[in-house]
Design a protein around this ligand. Structure first.
Ligand code: NAD
Length: 500
C-alpha cells in the first residue's frame, strides 16, 4: 500500500508514494520485462513515480491466473465467502481513505472535495452495497411445472458468474470506475483482470495491494495490469480465455473493443462518451438553473462522461441565461485541487489540454464567441490548465456542439418551447445523461421522460448512487453499471428442467 507524505491533500507540489507493482496470481511483482512507466501530477506536470509496465506476457499470466481461479476454486460457488472478502475490501479502503485521498488528488488532479463523493468515498460505499446485494440475491428462481412437448417437467432458473472478466478503465474517476466493475464482478463470482488507464496506474495498483494485504481474496481472483500500452487492453479483448469485457472509455475505443471482442463472441459491456443536455424551460428559476449548469461543467474540469455540456435555454431568455451562466463560471476558475474550495482542477495531461484548446479555436473559427474563460491561466508554474469556458453563437451542427470535448466547455443553444428543447437534447449520437428544470414538476418530468438518455436529473435531483443503474442510450454504451442491473451484467442465466 502506498504512503502519503502525511501533509494532507495539497495537490500542487504534493508528494505521495504509490504501489509500483502489478498484481498477478496473488503476487505483487514487477513486469516480467522489468519495464516501468511514469505517473504524473496533472497540477504540476511533475513525475510522481513509476508503475510496472505490463506487457503481453504479464497479461497472459493474469488471464491464466484468473481462468484457473474461476475454473478450479470455490470462488464462483461460495457466495458467503465472497461476501466476507468484499466486506474486508471495503474495510481496507476505509482504513486507508486518507492516504488514498491524497494519492487520488495527486494522480488525477481531481478537486479533493470530490474524494468525499464520486472520487473515493462513494465507490467504496458501493463495495459494501454490492456485498449486501450478493448476500440476499435470489440466485435461483423456481418456474414451477409445465408439460412442453407433452413431457411434464419442473423448471428453474439459475444465475451464475460469467467467468473471467477483462475490465478496462479510464482515468477521470478511477476508483469509481474500477470499483463499479470489480466489486459487482467479484460479488457475482467472476474473476477479473483489471487494466487501468495509463494516466492513473496507482489508483488501480492501490486496489491490488489492498486485496493482497488486507483481504482473503484468493490468488488469481483479481489481477491488476497497469500498462503504458493500449494494446494490452486490446489483448484482453482478443483473448479467448476471457469471457466478458467490461469497458469504460471513449466511444471510439468502445467500437474497437466491440470489434475485437466479436472474434470470440464475448459478452461486452460498454460505458462510453456523452454530450448531455441541460434543459431549462421558460418557467424555471433561470438564474438558479444556469448557476447549477455552470458549476456542473466546471466540476473536475468537465472531465466526467455524464457532465451536462450543452445548455439549452428559451430563446427569449438567451441573453439573461448567458449572463447568469457566465457570472457563475467567472467565479469558478481553475485552482489547486488540494484546496477544499476548488471546483475546477487541472485537466489530466497536455494532450487533453491541447484537444480542449483545439475545440475552442474551432468554436471561434465557426463564428462562435467565448463569453468567459477558455484561456490557459498563467498563475501556475506547471501542469495542465484551462479556465472553464462558455461558448455561444454556434449552429447545432457544429462539431463543438456535437462532439464530446471532455473538458470545462459549456455551449449554449436556444430552444423554442418544450418540444424543440427535447428535439435538441435528443439530436446527438450520444445518450448518457441530462438535466431538466421547470417551475412545474410534472412538465419537467414529461420532458425527462422524452429525453433518450440513461439518466436524467429533474430540478437538481441527483441520481448518482450505488443502487441506481447508470449507462447510456445510442453510442453512449451498452448495458448498465451499478444498481441491480450493474450486478446482473456479470451473470449468466441457466435454465434447468427435470421430470415433474
Ligand atoms: P480511452 O477510450 O482512450 O481509454 C479507455 C481505456 O481503454 C484505457 O484503459 C485505454 O488504455 C484502453 N484502450 C485504449 N485502446 C484500446 C483498445 N484498442 N482496446 C482495448 N482497450 C483500449 O478513454 P480515456 O481517454 O481514458 O477516458 C475518457 C473517455 O472515457 C471519455 O470519452 C469519457 O466520456 C469516457 N468515460 C465514460 C464513462 C461512462 O461511464 N460512460 C465514464 C468515464 C469516462
Amino acid at each position: 500500500m502506498g504512503r502519503s507524505d502525511g501533509t494532507g491533500a495539497t495537490a500542487v507540489g504534493v508528494s505521495v508514494a504509490g504501489e509500483e507493482r502489478l498484481l498477478v496470481d496473488g503476487e505483487l511483482r514487477q513486469a516480467r520485462s522489468g519495464a516501468t512507466f511514469t505517473t504524473s501530477n496533472p497540477a504540476t506536470g511533475e513525475v510522481l513515480g513509476v508503475a510496472a509496465d505490463a506487457g503481453p506476457e504479464d497479461v497472459g499470466d493474469a488471464v491464466a491466473a484468473a481462468r484457473r481461479a474461476f475454473d478450479t476454486t470455490r470462488w464462483s460457488t461460495d457466495v458467503a465467502f465472497r461476501v466476507r472478502c468484499l466486506r474486508q475490501l471495503h474495510d481496507a479502503f476505509v482504513r486507508h481513505a486518507d492516504e488514498l485521498r491524497a494519492l487520488t488528488v495527486a494522480e488525477t488532479g481531481s478537486p479533493v472535495s470530490l474524494t468525499r463523493s464520486a472520487q473515493l468515498d462513494d465507490p467504496v460505499a458501493g463495495i459494501a452495497w454490492v456485498a449486501d446485494l450478493a448476500e440476499r440475491y435470489p440466485w435461483e428462481s423456481d418456474l414451477g411445472n409445465a408439460a412442453p412437448l407433452g413431457i411434464p417437467s419442473h423448471r428453474w432458473v439459475r444465475r451464475e458468474a460469467t467467468g473471467v472478466v477483462g475490465a478496462i478503465t479510464p482515468w477521470n474517476v478511477p476508483h469509481q470506475i474500477n470499483l463499479a466493475k470489480v466489486a459487482p464482478a467479484l460479488a457475482a463470482g467472476n474473476t477479473v483482470v483489471l487494466k487501468p488507464a495509463p494516466d492513473t496506474p496507482w489508483c488501480a495498483t492501490a486496489l491490488g495491494a489492498l486485496v493482497v494485504g488486507e483481504t482473503d481474496i484468493p490468488p488469481g481472483v483479481l489481477n491488476v495490469v497497469p500498462s503504458s500500452d493500449h494494446g494490452i487492453g486490446a489483448a484482453l479483448c482478443a483473448d479467448p480465455r476471457v469471457d466478458q469485457v467490461s469497458f469504460t472509455g471513449s466511444t471510439a475505443t468502445g467500437r474497437t473493443v466491440m470489434a475485437t471482442a466479436a472474434a470470440t463472441v464475448k459478452k461486452v459491456f460498454l460505458e462510453l462518451g456523452g454530450k448531455s443536455a441541460f434543459v431549462v424551460l421558460d418557467d424555471a428559476d433561470l438564474r438558479g438553473a444556469c448557476a447549477v449548469a455552470a458549476f456542473t461543467v466546471a466540476t473536475h474540469a468537465g472531465q466526467g462522461c455524464a457532465i451536462t455540456t450543452r445548455l439549452v435555454v428559451p430563446r427569449a431568455l438567451l441573453d439573461d441565461a448567458v449572463a447568469a451562466t457566465a457570472a457563475t463560471l467567472a467565479k469558478l476558475p481553475a485552482g489547486d485541487p488540494g484546496d477544499p474550495g476548488t471546483v475546477c482542477g487541472p485537466v489530466i495531461n497536455a494532450r487533453q489540454r491541447d484537444r480542449i484548446e483545439g475545440y475552442l479555436a474551432l468554436a471561434v473559427d465557426g463564428g462562435g464567441e467565448i463569453v468567459v474563460g477558455g484561456r490557459r491561466p498563467d498563475r501556475f508554474d506547471g501542469g495542465f490548465w484551462v479556465d472553464p469556458a462558455l461558448v455561444v453563437g454556434l449552429p447545432g451542427d457544429s462539431r463543438v456542439v456535437r462532439e464530446e470535448i471532455f473538458g470545462p466547455v459549456l455551449v449554449v443553444l436556444p430552444h423554442d418551447g418544450d418540444g424543440d428543447a427535447v428535439a435538441i437534447a435528443n439530436d446527438s449520437p450520444y445518450g448518457l445523461s441530462g438535466s431538466v428544470w421547470s417551475g412545474d414538476r410534472d412538465r419537467a418530468v414529461s420532458v425527462a421522460n422524452r429525453m433518450r438518455t440513461g439518466t436524467v436529473g429533474v430540478n437538481g435531483g441527483l441520481w448518482y448512487s450505488p443502487d441506481v443503474p447508470f449507462g447510456g442510450y445510442r453510442q453512449s454504451g451498452i448495458g448498465r453499471e451499478m444498481g441491480v442491473p450493474g450486478f446482473e451484467e456479470y451473470l449468466e442465466t441457466k435454465s434447468i428442467a427435470e421430470p415433474a
